[in-house]
Design a protein around this ligand. Sequence first.
Ligand code: URA
Length: 241
Amino acid sequence: MRLDKAVALAGLTRSEAKKAVAGGRVRVNGQVVRDPGFPAEPDAVTLDGAPLGATAELHLMVNKPAGVLTATEDRRLPTVLDLLPEALRRRGLGPVGRLDRDVTGLVLLTTDGQLAHRLIAPKWKAEKLYRARCEGRLGPAEVAAFAGGLALSDFTAKPARLEILSAGTDESLAEVALTEGKFHQVKRMFAAVGHPLIALERRRIGCVALDESLAPGAFRPLTEAELAGLRALCGLDAPEP
Ligand code: URA
């Protein structure tokens, strides 16, 4: 296949792949090749030193729009995998944890099951940061309630950091940081303090923040630094060079 097409398997658009080739970031059998039309098998190609073949790991961030399921397939509704081009859908990517259908923002997709598992396992305490718009005026009482660990009907939430960004009579905007992710947890915590959610967006997982340049439904590969940060966070060594 053409070299730019092989490079696009890493999650780049064809024009980004062409730029990466022209910029000398791509090697075929260890040699830099700058011709995007050069014939190459993905197994022989590296991008920034990382292999691109079918067995190479792939890690993407997606800006999930409302109405899309955090699942790999569904017979009725679009899933986060449907946001990707066909070639990437066949790579064995799975989501790291879940966002509810109506919740927007950062979803990580990876082929690395161990990384995915550790990023949601309570043991590694990977922090998830959400931006929440809720009914009514938030104040110090809610900050204290979140910090103290809220008792919900079936479990007590671990202490969570609530930062109020704006508070009005009708609605407030806040950020909340959690290291656990039980079913509907953020919605339930806001409901428990009497401020039902209007909208919820995930902004960060560990060291990886949602890229502000990604429109809803868009995706991009994680950078090497983002991946290294996530791996370090959950006790996984850097991959062999
Ligand atoms: N908390 C929720 O209530 N929903 C989500 O999707 C994520 C966190």
